[in-house]
Design a protein around this ligand. Structure first.
Ligand code: ADP
Length: 325
C-alpha cells in the first residue's frame, strides 16, 4: 500500500472515532453534572435486552437472543474464541451496530448511537500521528467543546497513565504500549461511565499487556467506571473482570465469578484459583483442553495480526500534519 493510501486509512480510522465522540456530544452536559471532576463517579448500568444481530450475507446470527445486565462499576469479560460474536455484542452495546432485534439500555436510556458516556478502545489506538501526546489526549475535549477543561484535566490524566514526561512528544515516537496509554487517557478525558474494550492489548508484548491490564482495572475500579471487555485470553479475563461470560457462537453459555486479582505479583494464590476455575469452565464449554484452545487461538492470532499503524509507518517515513491543520 502506498504512503498516501496508508495515511488516508489511518486518518479515516481516527476521524471516525472522533466523529463518534462528536455524535454523543448532547449528553455531555448531563454527564458533567454527574461527574465530580477527576474523582469517583457513578458507573453505567447496562441492560442488554434480548439482542440479536445478523450481518448481511451471513449464514447465521452473530449474536442470538442475548440478555445481560452489567451493574455500575462492575467489570465483565466477554470471553470466547474468535468468531463467537464478542465484538459484535460489544459494538451493539456501544451503539456502533444497530441490532436486528432487541435493545441496549444504559442508565435508563435506549442506546441509539455512540456517546462520550461510553467509550470504546480498539486494538489500534488510532491516534493523530502528527500531534503530540498532550494534543491527542485533549482531542475529544476539543471536539466536544470542552477545551477549558483541558488545562487541568490533561496533566492529571497524563500522570495517571504515567506519560507526563512524554507530553510534548509526537505520538509516532512512542512504543505500542505507550500509544495505548495515550488512547486510554483520551478516553478517560471525557469522564465516561463505561469503558468498552475490544481486545485493545492483544497486539502488545506480554509484559506491557500485563501492566496495562492491571492499570486499566485499577483506574476503572478507583473511578467506579463500568468495564466491558472482549477477550479470548483467559488470563486477561482473570486479571481484569469481576465476572467472565463465556460465549459460544452467538450466545453466552456460562457465567463465572472471578475473585479479585492480587495487587502484588507475589500474592497470586487467589489469581491462580480464579484462572483455574475459568479454564475449567472454558474447557467444559469448548469440549476440549485449554492447551488446544490456546494453541489454536495463538496460531489464528498470529495469522490475523496486523502490524501496528506506526510500525508500518516507520517503514515508509513519518506522517506530517495535513496542510489544513
Ligand atoms: P469475535 O469478536 O468473537 O471474534 P465477531 O463478533 O467479530 O466475533 O464475529 C461474529 C460472527 O460474525 C463471525 O462469524 C464473523 O465472521 C461474523 N462477522 C463479523 N463481522 C462481520 C461483517 N462485517 N460482515 C459479515 N459477517 C461478520
Amino acid at each position: 500500500m502506498g504512503l498516501l493510501a496508508r495515511f488516508l486509512l489511518l486518518q479515516h480510522r481516527t476521524e471516525r472515532s472522533v466523529f463518534l465522540v462528536r455524535q454523543g456530544g448532547r449528553h455531555t452536559e448531563q454527564r458533567q453534572m454527574r461527574s465530580n471532576g477527576m474523582g469517583s463517579q457513578a458507573g453505567a448500568h447496562i441492560a442488554i435486552e434480548d439482542v440479536s444481530h445478523r450481518y448481511r450475507n451471513a449464514d447465521g446470527w452473530a449474536v442470538d437472543s442475548v440478555s445481560l445486565t452489567v451493574e455500575p462499576g462492575e467489570a465483565v469479560a466477554l470471553l470466547g474464541r474468535s468468531g463467537c460474536g464478542k465484538s459484535t455484542l460489544l459494538h451493539v452495546i456501544a451503539g456502533l451496530i444497530k441490532p436486528a432485534h432487541g435493545r441496549v439500555v444504559i442508565d435508563g436510556r435506549v442506546v441509539t448511537g455512540p456517546s462520550p458516556n461510553w467509550v470504546v478502545m480498539f486494538q489500534q489506538p488510532s491516534l493523530y500521528p502528527w500531534m503530540t501526546v498532550e494534543q491527542n489526549v485533549a482531542v475529544g475535549l476539543r471536539f466536544n467543546g470542552r477545551m477549558k477543561e483541558a488545562a487541568t484535566r490533561v496533566p492529571e490524566l497524563l500522570e495517571l497513565v504515567e506519560l507526563s514526561e512524554f507530553r510534548d512528544r509526537n505520538v509516532q515516537d512512542l512504543s505500542g504500549g505507550q500509544q495505548q496509554r495515550v488512547a486510554l487517557a483520551r478516553a478517560l478525558a471525557l469522564s465516561p461511565d463505561a469503558l468498552l474494550l475490544d481486545e485493545p492489548f492483544s497486539a502488545l508484548d506480554a509484559f506491557t499487556r500485563a501492566n496495562l491490564q492491571r492499570d486499566v482495572r485499577r483506574i476503572t475500579r478507583e473511578r467506579g467506571i463500568t468495564l466491558v471487555l472482549v477477550t479470548h485470553d483467559v488470563n486477561e479475563a482473570a486479571t481484569m473482570a469481576d465476572r467472565a461470560l463465556i460465549m459460544q457462537p452467538g450466545r453466552i453459555v456460562k457465567s463465572v465469578i472471578v475473585p479479585e486479582a492480587p495487587q502484588s505479583q507475589g500474592d497470586d494464590q487467589q489469581f491462580r484459583l480464579s484462572r483455574a476455575a475459568l479454564i475449567e469452565a472454558y474447557e467444559a464449554v469448548a469440549g476440549m483442553s485449554f492447551a488446544d484452545i490456546a494453541g489454536q487461538e495463538t496460531a489464528l492470532g498470529a495469522a490475523e495480526a496486523e502490524p501496528g499503524v506506526f510500525e508500518r509507518r516507520v517503514e515508509s517515513g513519518r506522517v506530517a500534519a495535513p496542510a489544513t491543520e
